[in-house]
Design a protein around this ligand. Sequence first.
Ligand SMILES: [Fe+2]
Ligand SMILES: [Fe+2]
Length: 298
Amino acid sequence: MEHTEEHSSLREHRAPLEEDQAPLKELDEWDDFVAIRYRQGKSEEEFRNYKADANPTVTEFYRQNHKYQTLDFVLKKKAEYCGLNREKKSIWEMAEYLNTLVDDSDPDTDVTQIEHLLQTAEAIRKDGHPRWFILAGFLHDLGKVLCLYGEPQWAVVGDTFPAGCAYSDQVVFPEFFAANPDSGKPEYQTQYGIYERNCGLGKVHLSFGHDEYIFRVTQKYLPEEARYMLRYHSFYAAHRHGAYRHLMNEHDEAMFEWVRKFNPYDLYSKGRERPNTKEILPYYQGLVSEFFPDKIDW
Ligand SMILES: [Fe+2]
Ligand SMILES: [Fe+2]
């Protein structure tokens, strides 16, 4: 195709550019980085050196995520997806759909998306936790279907952070926020920004991704502890490092106990043996139908 001036000006106006959509070889590369970052037995000093664990694609992924997740973007995506008027599907249909997101790098060792969900849930089940907790494990990453809806990786995964107020340096790669247009808006860069002191996280717009989406889809059907687990599982700056407490209220503080209880199962269940899907499936079918009707809104 001939390259005309008209073409290049069109390209400039199409944001984000095609090459900015998918720096990760696979979506799980981000999850793997987080698991390494919080590897068990790691010292505080090793932790603070997290950049050593980030390969160039993960670093590029964060560069994009921090640059493009503006408050305006978050509000647009919430308006687009959180009304849940896309389709009616069962949890199982969506899980099957998510499984079409196949890792092409090493199909023999990489677990599928459903396997990651089952591994997480099984680890919770083995520790004798309540059924809704096990269910939260099974559901927690289903929001990654956003990727199959055509969303770029930086709008699906990544550590989440509040938009519309000052960025905490407890968020990984805080230097990349300099490229976010919100950095140039003084009203968004005070400690509280557009929010009020201890207003509660329910009023705070976190960067958009799979956490918020699966929370919205399932919120009618799950107890509050599970809703917190789903909604904030990638909010590491808060649940791991105690940042943004000035936006949280006492209720959030109490509920974050559950977010913290959930986190190790997400981080460390991957190394376990592959789940025997066939054997455990009936248990999960029973569990899902205990809480959900056949079809729900997505
Ligand atoms: Fe996740
Ligand atoms: Fe996960």
